[in-house]
Design a protein around this ligand. Structure first.
Ligand SMILES: Cc1ncc(COP(=O)(O)O)c(C=O)c1O
Length: 382
C-alpha cells in the first residue's frame, strides 16, 4: 500500500497513540479540579503547552488549544472581527485559502463586513503590491496561508510581514496547517505575525486537536464561551490525551526536519520528472524552494480526477483530487480556478501529498503504475 494523501490526513504515529492511551488511562483528572488528579492533569497540560511553545520559539502563554485547523481559522477571523469591530470592518485574505478561512470571511460579509480577496499569479502566489493597494484605514486583518493545500505554493509570508510593519494595528494571521514541518518555520513564525493556525492530524497526532499561536498582547474575542478555560479565551474541558499526544507528534515532526524535507523533495522530484514527460500531463506545482516539498498537483488532460484516483486505488496507491474537502463535491478546485486554469483541465487534476514516512521506492512504484495506466488514460482522453 502506498499512501500519498498526507495533506488530507496523516496516519497517527504509534508512539503518539501510546501517549494518548497512557494519558487517557493515567491522567484522567480535569485540569480545573482542585484535588491531586486535577493538579496532575493541569501540570501535564501546561507541560505540553510549554513543549509546543519551545518547539516554535514562542512563550507558553502564546499557545491556545483548539479542536483543529478549521476552529483555529474560524476563531482568528471571527474573533478579530468581533474584537476590532469598533476600529473597522475590512478584512484581507487570498483567493486560494482553505474553506475554513474563505467561508468564515463569507459569513462575515453577511454581517456587514467587507472582504478583499487578493488575486494570485499562475503559480498561485499573491503579490505584495496587491496587498499594499488593498489596505485601508479600516483594515483589521490580513490572513494568508503558508502553504496552499491544493498545489503547495508557499506564499511570500516575510514580504507580507514587511508590509504590515507599517500597519501595526492590523492583525496578521497565517494558516500554517500545511506548512508546519516543511522547512519554513522561519517564514511562519516571523517577527510580525500575530496569529498562526496549526492542526494536529496533519502531523501524525489524533484528529480533533490543534492550537493557535497568539502573540502576547494581541486580542481576539472568544468564540467558545463557558467555563473560562484557555485564559477565558476558549472554554471547554481540555482534550488532554490529544494535547499531550500532539505535543509529542510535534517534537517527532521537527526532529531531523531538514532530512525529512530533503527526502520529500527528492520523492516529489522523481515523480515530477517522470510524469512531466507525458504529453497529456500538465503540472501545476513546481519543484523549487518556493513550493512546499510534499505537494504535487498535475492534470491528465481529458480524464476526470476521480477516475485517476480510482485507477491508482486499484493498484493500492492512495492519492486525491485536489483537496479532501472538495473531492466528493465534484467541483473544480478553487485554487486552480483562481489561477484561471480552465475547468476542463482543473477537473482533471490530482494531488499527491507526501510525508517523511514515504520512500523513493514508492515513487518508483508510482511511476511504474503510472506507465501502465497511461495507455488507459490515453484512450479515455481521446
Ligand atoms: C490549509 C488548511 N487550513 C485548514 C484546514 C482545516 O484543518 P482541520 O482538518 O484540522 O480542520 C486544512 C485541512 O485540510 C488545510 O489544509
Amino acid at each position: 500500500m502506498i499512501y500519498f494523501d498526507n495533506s488530507a490526513t496523516t496516519k497517527a504515529d504509534p508512539e503518539v497513540v501510546s501517549t494518548y492511551d497512557t494519558v487517557s488511562q493515567q491522567v484522567w483528572g480535569n485540569p480545573s479540579s482542585l484535588h491531586q488528579f486535577g493538579e496532575q492533569a493541569f501540570n501535564l497540560l501546561e507541560q505540553s503547552r510549554k513543549q509546543i511553545a519551545d518547539l516554535l520559539g514562542a512563550s507558553q502563554s502564546e499557545i491556545l488549544f483548539t479542536s483543529g485547523g478549521t476552529e483555529g481559522d474560524n476563531w482568528v477571523v471571527k474573533g478579530t472581527a468581533i474584537e476590532k469591530r469598533q476600529f473597522g470592518k475590512h478584512l484581507i485574505t487570498t483567493a486560494v485559502e482553505h474553506p475554513a478561512i474563505h467561508n468564515s470571511m463569507e459569513q462575515l460579509k453577511q454581517l456587514g463586513y467587507d472582504v478583499t480577496y487578493l488575486p494570485v499569479d499562475k503559480h498561485g502566489r499573491i503579490s505584495v503590491d496587491d496587498l499594499k493597494a488593498a489596505i485601508r484605514p479600516t483594515t483589521i486583518l490580513v490572513s494568508v496561508m503558508a502553504v496552499n493545500n491544493e498545489i503547495g505554493t508557499i506564499q511570500p509570508l516575510k514580504e507580507v510581514a514587511e508590509v504590515l510593519k507599517n500597519y501595526p494595528k492590523i492583525h496578521y494571521h497565517i494558516d500554517a496547517v500545511q506548512g508546519i514541518g516543511k522547512g519554513i518555520q522561519d517564514l511562519i513564525m516571523n517577527d510580525r505575525v500575530d496569529f498562526v493556525t496549526f492542526s494536529g492530524h496533519k502531523f501524525h497526532a489524533p484528529r480533533g486537536i490543534g492550537f493557535i499561536y497568539a502573540r502576547r498582547g494581541r486580542k481576539i474575542a472568544p468564540l467558545m464561551t463557558g467555563g473560562g478555560q484557555e485564559r477565558n479565551l476558549r472554554s471547554g474541558t481540555e482534550n488532554l490525551p490529544a494535547i499531550a499526544a500532539m505535543a509529542k507528534a510535534l517534537r517527532l515532526l521537527l526532529t531531523d526536519e531538514d532530512q525529512k524535507v530533503a527526502l520529500e523533495r527528492q520523492i516529489k522530484q522523481r515523480i515530477f520528472d517522470h510524469v512531466k514527460q507525458f504529453p497529456l500531463v500538465t503540472t501545476f506545482s513546481e519543484t523549487g524552494a518556493d513550493f512546499a516539498p510534499h505537494i504535487l498537483c498535475f492534470a491528465i488532460q481529458g480524464v476526470r480526477g476521480e477516475t485517476i484516483v480510482h485507477a491508482f486505488e486499484e493498484h493500492d496507491i492512495y492519492i486525491s483530487t485536489t483537496s479532501a474537502c472538495s473531492s466528493k463535491k465534484h467541483v473544480a478546485s478553487s485554487t486552480l480556478t483562481a489561477m484561471h486554469i480552465p475547468e476542463n483541465l482543473s477537473t482533471s487534476a490530482i494531488r499527491i501529498s507526501l510525508d517523511d514516512h514515504n520512500t523513493l521506492a514508492e515513487a518508483d512504484q508510482f511511476n511504474q503504475v503510472f506507465d501502465q495506466l497511461y495507455d488507459k488514460f490515453k484512450v479515455l482522453s481521446a
